[in-house]
Each structure stands twice: as C-alpha cells, then as structure tokens.
Design a protein around this ligand. Sequence first.
Ligand code: RRO
Length: 336
Amino acid sequence: MCAKSINTAPRTPSPMTDLSTTVAGMGFPNPVMLASGILDETGASMARVIREGAGGVVTKSIGLEPRLGHPNPTVVEVQGGLLNAMGLPNPGMAAYADEIREAKREGEKRGTPVIASIFGANPEDFAILARMAKDAGADGIELNLSCPHAKGLGLEMGQDPLMVRDIMKAAKASSALPIFPKLSPHVNDLEGMAQAAEDGGADGIVVINTLRGMAIDVEARSPVLGNMTGGLSGLAIKPVGLRVVYELYQHTELPIIGVGGIGSGRDALEYIMAGASLVQVGTAILYRGPGACGMVAKELEVELERLGYANVEEAVGAAHEGAGDCGRRIDGERGQ
Ligand code: RRO
C-alpha cells in the first residue's frame, strides 16, 4: 500500500453531501461544469446553463482574430457520440469579451465561475488572450492545447512538452488567474506533458479533448465531414478519459478536471473516483438539454450520499484505494 492514505471509503450512507468544492483557490457550487465547445458561443446560453445548475462554465475556445472554422458538414452523430470538426470558429477575443461579461453577471449571482478557453499559435498569443480574458472578468483560463484538427494550433502544440511549458509560463505571467491546460490523450508521454504543465505553473490539468476520428458516407464515397477527420466525443470516449484521469492522478499532485463522455451522476462519480476534482459535461447536452450539468450534479449528490461521502473531496481518487500499490506521488517521488 502507499504511505499516503487516500480517501478511506465511508461505510454508511451520509445524511447530507456537500457538493460545493474549492479547486485551485476557486469556489464551485458543485463540481459539474459545462465543457468548452457546446452552448457557449454566447453569454446568454452560458447564463442559462448557469441558471440550470452548472457548477461552472467554460467558453468556446477563443483566439485573437475572428475565424470562420472548417467547411460544412462540421458535426455528425456517430455510434456512441458525436464527431466534430468545427475548426475553432470564433469572433476573436475583442468581440467575444462581451459574452464573457454577460456570463459572468449570472455567475456572480450564484457563485458560479466562468472559465475562458483560449487558443493561439505561440506563447505570445496565449499571453495576450489570457490578459484580455481576465480583463473581461473570467475567473480562470483553460488553455486549449489539444484540438485534434486545427493545423498549427491545438494538438500540434500540446504534443511538445517545451511548448506546453512555455505557453503555460507566458499565460501565467500575463494573468494572475488560475490556469488549466487542456491536454489530449493523443500524446506518447502524458506524464511528461503533465510535468511540463506543472513546470510552467499550471493550477490544474483538464483531460481529455476529443479523439481523432472519421465517418464515411458510402453513397457519396467520401468522408462525411468537410474537414475529412474530426474529434470524437460522448459516451464512446468515456473509458479513454477515465484511464487518462486515473493515470494522471498517480503522477501529479495538481487537481485534475475530467471530461469525456460524462452524461450522468454515475459517470461523474466514476471520473471523481479515478482522480478528478471537477468534471465537465459536453456532448450529453445534446441528449439532456441545457440543464444537463445541473441534472448530473443532482444525480452525483444522490450517488455520493448513497455511498456515505460527506463531500466531493472524500471521493476524489477513491478508485485507487483497492488497486494495491497506489503509485500516487509521495514526497516529490514519482510512483510506479
Ligand atoms: O472547434 C473545434 O473544432 C474543436 C475544438 Br477547438 C476542440 O478543442 N475540440 C474539438 O473536438 N473541436
């Protein structure tokens, strides 16, 4: 067993579970956030998600300049989820700042953080965007280092540990906000990438972005998506996300934000037990509507109570208890 005791499981149902939690100094009314890329093009849609019970919202990924994105079709439903190649469409941060302000007004009423997702082509872009997002009132920043289908952006940067470190440093230097890089499962050395993020001053790590995939139209004898390939999200990727969160938990002390195929309180609890301190819901919005985050949070509360957890923190990493030598980093040493 590991020397560091983690989350001994309570035995009896807890009369009341406190869903509120604090991560990287930020307070969240519950740990279920809206993921970047869905219902977050406008302040009004994010405000609605907040009103319907989300514990936090993440904006669509925003760059410096307006961008049209990839040609249609940009989204197709596939077995187990969605395949998208939106191509980072956005109006540019100068125009989008008002959307952040509007979401923030609703967030302030309920103590719900608004996190700005940003993308760029180099550390300087990220530094400027982090400052602009902060000035617009964002409570935290998510660095998109993992979009699987954007040339020279996203994943291309997130596969280079030195670039990850330098982007983190630049964003951190220009904005005092908590900053969370979003990493891809498409990396050979996830542990090294997390270390690079930590070296750059990351306050937590978000995993996972979508998985690179493809759909074929046999009548047209061609790929369905205008971009040919796209990112797979939804239930199909949940086992991948869980595995990544579980492995990261063994190698970093940073808080982990889990995303990928979460559509119920049970899914959220699986991620939390794997090691996530917060979770994000994206594709499930399509099936459950704008209230999906609030619904998942309520279901999570029932699950935590049933299992006797008084709060979310007690359950974080619980799935490592029964796994023998836990390998969680202890006293600066890396585990197995
Ligand atoms: O806009 C997109 O096409 C997109 C982004 Br930024 C991302 O991070 N992940 C994804 O699947 N699509």
